[in-house]
Design a protein around this ligand. Structure first.
Ligand code: HEC
Ligand code: HEC
Length: 266
């Protein structure tokens, strides 16, 4: 006599239950979860299966150069945050003459390019390397970054960090701040913006975003949300904006775009 028989109702039901459980978890893991995570579903079911199995991303990437930019290669180090000696600032200022057309003569953009005046040096270093390696995409910035070597990038970062900070100071805690900026939304795992971008706590590699053009801020938040921009280490920003609505993106962008002359830092 067989040890397990389909005629035994207990055994039959345990097999059926296992089949239902398996089908259910496949649906949740490969269909439901990817459908609510924008950047997870962006490359389809096969990609989701490869990720789940731990296959290196390069194996499944298209070979025709259309692959979405991937994770950053830059490892942030404390030494990048040090203010460089003045000769580096001088050399950086000369190199930055190529940048004024879009980023402004004093690092304050008159168009919708980001302001660079006063930006933390490690941020400029990291972003330039990400453009250079194609981890952050922008036709113009990738081409410009590729023309610069590591020393030149460091000098440019020193120059912009040194420029007079004609910008709204990083936001400190205040009861009147928009909720997402001040306390985030714990139920949706959104940390307060000021816990990383703030004047109280600035996490290494986190840009100074106050006074940036609103169109730039909205574009970056949307790019993180869709997964088109994915050079944020450990998906720090993608995890923040994933659950945000268009209206919330507009609200925080409006808040951060305020200018020193019109809006006070409360
Ligand atoms: C023709 C216009 C143009 C020129 C010239 C230009 N940039 Fe940019 N830069 C941009 C735009 C537009 C962006 C935003 C691109 C994006 O969406 O990623 C940008 C982004 C950046 C960023 C990222 C800033 C941030 O907050 O994330 C850095 C750093 C930067 N540029 C540095 C430079 C440097 C250094 C030069 C000169 C060597 C330069 N740029 C020249 C248009 C320009
Ligand atoms: C957990 C820390 C953290 C929190 C919380 C956070 N950010 Fe960020 N943010 C980052 C990091 C790190 C980067 C830089 C990513 C990279 O290396 O490209 C960034 C980049 C950005 C950028 C792109 C800036 C630029 O110049 O390219 C914007 C805009 C931004 N964050 C807005 C926000 C807003 C608005 C909030 C609140 C809703 C927020 N962030 C919350 C860590 C954080």
């Amino acid at each position: 006599m067989a040890l397990y028989s389909f005629r035994d109702p207990g055994f039959r039901w345990s097999v059926i239950a296992l089949a239902i459980l398996t089908a259910g978890s496949v649906l949740v893991g490969f269909v439901l979860l990817p459908s609510v995570h924008g950047d997870f579903s962006a490359r389809g079911l096969w990609d989701a299966i490869c990720r789940a199995a731990g296959v290196p991303a390069s194996w499944s990437a298209p070979k025709d150069g259309t692959a979405a930019p991937r994770e950053t290669l830059v490892v942030l180090e404390r030494s990048m945050t040090k203010v460089a000696p003045s000769d580096a600032v001088g050399r950086g200022g000369t190199l930055a003459l190529n940048c004024t057309m879009c980023h402004g003569a004093q690092g304050m953009s008159a168009s919708n390019a980001p302001n660079l005046a006063g930006q933390y040096p490690e941020v400029v270093i990291k972003q330039m390397h990400d453009y250079k390696s194609g981890r952050r995409s922008s036709t113009i910035m990738e081409a410009l970054a590729r023309a610069l070597n590591d020393d030149q990038i460091r000098d440019i970062a020193a120059y912009y960090a040194y420029l007079p900070k004609a910008r709204t100071a990083p936001t400190t805690y205040d009861e009147n701040l928009p909720a997402l900026v001040r306390v985030g939304d714990p139920l949706r795992n959104i940390a307060p913006c000021i816990s990383c971008h703030g004047g109280v706590d600035q996490k290494i590699g986190t840009p100074w975003i106050e006074g940036m053009p609103k169109a730039y801020l909205v574009a970056q938040l949307r790019a993180f949300k869709s997964g088109e921009r994915r050079n944020d280490a450990q998906a720090q920003m993608r995890n923040m904006v994933r659950g945000m609505t268009e209206q919330e993106i507009d609200e925080v962008a409006t808040f951060y775009a305020r200018k020193a002359s019109t809006g006070e830092n409360h």
